[in-house]
Design a protein around this ligand. Structure first.
Ligand SMILES: CC(C)(COP(=O)(O)OP(=O)(O)OC[C@H]1O[C@@H](n2cnc3c(N)ncnc32)[C@H](O)[C@@H]1OP(=O)(O)O)[C@@H](O)C(=O)NCCC(=O)NCCS
Length: 175
């Protein structure tokens, strides 16, 4: 268990070039989180930090924000623009800084930007097994289920790979 850093005021600001390495590292934190959730080291490929570069190229620096505490970049979020329903992606806070309001500040920044741009909806698409993200997003106002993505796994996987999870429309779904 990582020791928590005592709460200090976080500042959310737009991404700047000097944040590149810190944001790559936060993308790795996000990837490790999903690797642990799914017990799958292949998630994110060989160099997951570089996926941040692809994201930045796609959305532009004006749609990426970081949270800073005492000069250290400890959180990252972004907005994938779209005419009607932009998407909040990614969202990650360094483990030692969680549960002190930084995630909320980041999410609220994205909500404000999406609203200012006249969006009709703001989407988030957490993985179905990410209970913490579901809890946090629900707490922050995302309480409408839009689309649901269903998967069929063609690999010959261990029966324990997918966990009993959600009941939707009276049916049991694995996550
Ligand atoms: C999701 C994440 C970014 C939240 O960041 P955070 O800084 O801990 O969030 P905050 O402290 O601002 O909490 C936001 C709200 O969720 C609640 N919350 C956060 N973590 C919680 C927990 N473990 N248990 C219960 N509630 C929790 C807080 O109480 C808060 O609600 P409030 O403001 O009404 O009190 C962080 O947990 C994280 O990086 N998780 C791993 C990566 C991930 O799953 N990202 C989302 C991918 S889609």
């Amino acid at each position: 268990m990582t020791e928590k850093i005592p709460a200090a005021p976080g500042v959310v600001r737009q991404y700047k070039t000097g944040d590149l390495e810190a944001c790559r590292a936060l993308w790795v934190v996000l990837t490790e989180w999903h690797r642990d959730l799914y017990q799958d080291r292949k998630i994110g490929g060989a160099d997951p930090g570089r996926l941040f570069d692809e994201h930045l190229d796609r959305v532009g620096a004006e749609n990426v924000w970081v949270a800073e505490v005492s000069g250290e970049v400890v959180g990252l979020t972004g907005l994938i623009p779209a005419e009607h329903d932009p998407e909040l992606e990614p969202l990650v806070v360094k483990e030692q800084y969680r549960e002190s309001g930084i995630g909320r500040q980041l999410v609220e920044t994205v909500i404000d930007k999406a609203q200012a741009e006249g969006a009709r909806f703001l989407r988030v698409r957490p993985t179905a097994r990410n209970d913490l993200a579901l809890l946090v997003f629900h707490r922050l106002g995302f309480d409408i289920l839009g689309h649901i993505e269903l998967l069929m796994d063609f690999r010959s996987v261990d029966p324990t790979t997918w966990h009993p999870g959600e009941k939707i429309a009276g049916r049991d779904f694995r996550v």
